[in-house]
Design a protein around this ligand. Structure first.
Ligand code: OAD
Length: 250
């Protein structure tokens, strides 16, 4: 995969760069994506595991799945794609990182501000009274966590299908999409709204759209550039070539 020189030039002039990531960015850390042929939703039913209706019908099943996921995620480490994104914070005049991922690997890699559109898997709250609870408390305990304050079910603070996104994260993502010069859509199929609307908003507001994904997606036709490789390879290469370009064109 070659990084187009024109893209490096555009990056060198950009005042605000946005990167919006999906499950693909964590694939090289060993976390399964959702919609790839071997993805989570190829074997599991999202309506049972990722909706409030599924949770209220069988909270034990949902908790056993989230405990397994939390266990897997807590043993993973960031990959070179996460580290390149963390470094980009200090490279462009303004850089905004938005993610649909709940795994916290961007934080582990050193990114300081991450707008988590779908919440995160390490925090929990009571479905009834909304009180917050720490995640690790529930990892080893096999019982269904019940809120000591109101008796409601405690649930992971991830966004399930049909639920509203955290207001602050989405507003920040939407604002950045309108404001940026270059928008990177990385490792996402672009199938889930409203996250998938952000690259389109960016384009409508005249940003250059770059897709980083080894496979074509429904976004690909809108992309001005496609870096057709894994994020773990493409992003460090992009960063390296960008630094070289800046040095040579000082
Ligand atoms: P998907 O599983 O829908 O898409 C993952 C994308 O990553 C695909 O387009 C792959 O081609 C790409 N991909 C795979 N490996 C990659 C790699 N190493 N580098 C770069 N790209 C790679 O995941 P998302 O788009 O993140 O929501 O899914 C969006 C939402 O659907 C998730 O946040 C989750 C899920 O249901 C909720 O749970 C609410």
């Amino acid at each position: 995969m070659k990084i187009p020189e024109k893209l490096l030039e555009l990056l060198s002039k950009a005042q605000h760069v946005v990167a919006s990531t999906g499950a693909g960015v964590s694939a090289e850390s060993g976390i399964k994506t959702f919609r790839d042929p071997d993805g989570l939703w190829s074997k599991l039913k999202p309506q049972e595991l990722a909706t409030i209706e599924g949770f209220m019908a069988n909270p034990e099943l949902v908790w056993s799945w989230y405990r397994q996921r939390l266990d897997i995620i807590s043993k993973t480490v960031p990959n070179p794609g996460h580290y390149a994104l963390a470094e980009m914070e200090g490279v462009f005049p303004k850089f905004t990182l938005i993610t649909q991922n709940v795994d916290r690997l961007h934080h582990k890699a050193g990114s300081t501000i991450v707008h988590e559109l779908h919440g995160n898997i390490v925090e929990n709250h009571c479905q009834q009274c909304k009180r917050n609870y720490e995640g690790d408390v529930f990892l080893s305990d096999k019982k269904l966590p019940i809120c000591p304050e109101c008796g409601g079910y405690i649930r992971p603070s991830v966004v399930w299908f049909g639920e509203t996104l955290p207001h602050g994260a989405f507003t920040a993502g939407e604002y950045a999409s309108r404001d940026c010069d270059i928008f990177f859509s990385i490792g996402t199929s672009g199938e889930v709204q409203p996250a998938a609307s952000l690259p389109i908003i960016a384009k409508q507001f005249a940003a250059v759209l770059v897709e980083v994904n080894p496979n074509k997606t429904i976004l690909s036709n809108y992309a001005d550039y496609r870096l057709e490789d894994t994020s773990g390879k493409a992003l460090p290469k992009l960063l390296e070539e960008y630094k070289k370009y800046i040095k040579e064109n000082k």
